[in-house]
Design a binder for this molecule. Structure first.
Ligand code: NAP
Length: 181
């Protein structure tokens, strides 16, 4: 299973503003790129706190994507979300990263996007399960907010692609070579 982590960061590496949830600084072009990346994978994995922020957009996307992409939300309390789940559309799981990848493989899924947040990126990165990072860098410095990784993880990366998404936003795509040297 190919695992692609996709994130939007400020120049100082934050995924949220200080003292706020969400990514209000994400540009429309970054949003369009996110949609095109997730339409190439079999499943999108998010943390429960990210789900709380994006649930309306996620439900809209599920309706529009006619069930072709499975959205998985990681939570240690999936039973609290039974009323929100839609089989093969939106599922809540307490499986950790490697167990989750194993289950998706058994379901015939060949690629997944890890959509954050910081705790989820860190959990997959710490187990060296990420093959590729796609990072949009937005033109601002926030001086605070959640960092890309919510806990320690080290990786050595190789730059595969860099391009402008608009005049001010750069998209970076890295292959993960292994633990950082
Ligand atoms: N800029 C970006 O690209 C970007 C991308 C994504 C998110 N965000 C933002 O980042 C913020 C959320 O990030 P976050 O780090 O606070 O939270 P998060 O990673 O979205 O979610 C954390 C939650 O995931 C669940 N979880 C974590 N590890 C797990 C494991 N091993 N097994 C099962 N469940 C597990 C837990 O849910 P329970 O508490 O339910 O057990 C935990 O509270 C939001 O503001 C969101 O908008 C930004």
């Amino acid at each position: 299973v190919k695992v692609i982590a996709i994130a939007t960061i400020s120049v100082d590496g934050r995924i949220t503003p200080p003292d706020a949830e969400g990514t209000p600084f994400s540009s429309p072009e970054t949003g369009s790129n996110f949609v095109s990346v997730i339409s190439t994978v079999g499943a999108v994995v998010s943390g429960r706190r990210t789900y709380d922020v994006v649930k309306d957009e996620m439900e809209q996307f599920i309706t529009q994507s006619d069930g072709s992409v499975l959205n998985l939300v990681m939570t240690r309390e999936p039973s609290g979300h039974e009323d929100q789940s839609q089989p093969d559309g939106l599922e809540f799981t307490r499986e950790g990263p490697s167990e989750l990848i194993g289950s998706l493989k058994q379901r015939g899924i060949q690629s997944i996007a890890i959509a954050g947040g910081g705790e989820i990126y860190a959990a997959f990165a710490a187990e060296q399960l990420i093959d590729e990072w796609i990072i949009a860098v937005e033109p601002l410095i926030l001086g605070g907010g959640k960092p890309l990784l919510g806990s320690a993880a080290q990786q050595q990366l190789a730059l595969e692609e860099s391009r402008h998404l608009n005049d001010n936003t750069v998209l970076l795509r890295y292959r993960v070579e292994g633990p950082s040297k």
